[in-house]
Design a protein around this ligand. Structure first.
Ligand SMILES: *[C@@H]1O[C@H](CO)[C@@H](O)[C@H](O)[C@H]1NC(C)=O
Ligand SMILES: *[C@@H]1O[C@H](CO)[C@@H](O)[C@H](O)[C@H]1NC(C)=O
Ligand SMILES: *[C@@H]1O[C@H](CO)[C@@H](O)[C@H](O)[C@H]1NC(C)=O
Ligand SMILES: *[C@@H]1O[C@H](CO)[C@@H](O)[C@H](O)[C@H]1NC(C)=O
Length: 286
């Protein structure tokens, strides 16, 4: 009888599947877990996409329930699926540590996963992307703020501006943020981004923000907070340069604020704006 690992190694490459990566960088306090999906026949310098799940989510659940595995097979890129270590499966988007570059919390763990994947797959450093939903969308904003040099584009579905969820505790719930009761000036919003990586002068990722007008979990005002935050960081006017109605679909409005910032306002849509996988690929240039 052959030992089982020999049989596994004989499986055809099409049997590629989600793999755990037990060690992906120096130990830090966050216990976030890493999983990766690498399709067969990767090109020499593939793009790397991080898919960050919502609260109650898992890496396997996001792998099964989102279109990115299928898109990775088709377009030949690597997908990293981080998994939250926190009770309830939400990401830490509320502590001081997570809102700082290399501060030891979940954002740091996810950045280490991206760094590991770029090394391991000889990834294209100019095509490292993040997509996140809800709690993962909040994390996407923090990653954009704290690791602008690591990620080149970020999409966030139904998230919040970086810092909006700050409670000074790990994986806390900020009811003022979720309820849309924040009173920050655009400069104060931008400060959260600038302070996440003080002194950073380089280029920042392109960003796309989706929010539903009927979101009753993360109030629609959060769309405005994000736009105020990133237009200020980029030095764009606070009003869109261009507005496309019924794009990417009926009752959605795409607002272009500048080369690097697009907002998509989904009229009548609640929390959990449906994932637009093909649109995401276009935004990432995949
Ligand atoms: C929410 O807002 C109220 C009133 O401004 C304030 O007292 C409270 O500390 C805020 N809560 C958080 C978590 O920031
Ligand atoms: C930012 O730019 C200024 C002026 O060009 C330079 O003095 C400074 O060292 C830069 N900071 C970083 C972190 O690169
Ligand atoms: C967001 O900003 C727009 C444009 O300034 C404004 O019309 C709208 O009422 C704001 N929405 C919320 C929920 O604050
Ligand atoms: C995520 O979306 C929120 C609003 O929905 C926005 O405030 C935030 O800036 C966005 N972050 C990114 C990285 O797009």
């Amino acid at each position: 009888m052959r030992p089982p690992h020999v049989l596994l190694s004989l499986l055809p490459l099409s049997a590629a599947q989600l793999q755990p990566v037990p060690t992906f960088g120096p130990p830090i306090p966050s216990r976030a877990k890493m999983f990766v999906y690498a399709p067969p026949n990767l090109p020499p310098n593939p793009a790397i996409l991080l898919g960050v799940h919502y609260c109650t989510g898992t890496a396997q659940g996001y792998y099964n329930g989102s279109p990115y595995k299928r898109l990775a097979d088709e377009k030949k890129f690597v997908v990293v699926y981080p998994e939250s270590p926190n009770e309830g499966g939400c990401w830490d988007v509320s502590s001081r540590a997570t809102l700082k570059r290399d501060g030891g919390s979940d954002s740091h763990a996810i950045a280490n996963m991206a760094r590991w994947a770029v090394e391991r797959y000889n990834g294209d450093r100019g095509r490292v992307f993040v997509i996140g939903e809800s709690s993962g969308g909040m994390m996407a904003s923090i990653l954009a703020a704290a690791y602008p040099d690591l990620f080149s584009a970020v999409i966030n579905y139904s998230g919040v501006a970086a810092g909006c969820f700050f409670t000074d505790s790990v994986a806390g719930w900020n009811g003022n943020c979720s309820g849309g009761r924040m009173n920050l000036t655009p400069e104060e919003w931008a400060r959260w981004v600038l302070d996440a990586y003080p002194g950073y002068n380089g280029t920042r990722p392109r960003m796309q923000v989706y929010h539903g007008s009927a979101d009753d979990v993360i109030a629609p005002a959060n769309y405005n907070y994000s736009i105020a935050q990133w237009t200020t960081v980029f030095g764009y006017p606070g009003t869109p340069l261009e507005e496309k109605r019924d794009v990417p679909e009926r009752r959605y409005t795409t607002q272009v604020f500048g080369e690097k910032l697009t907002g998509i306002w989904a009229e009548g849509v609640g929390h959990g704006v449906p994932v637009h996988g093909e649109e995401d690929m276009k935004f990432f240039g995949l």
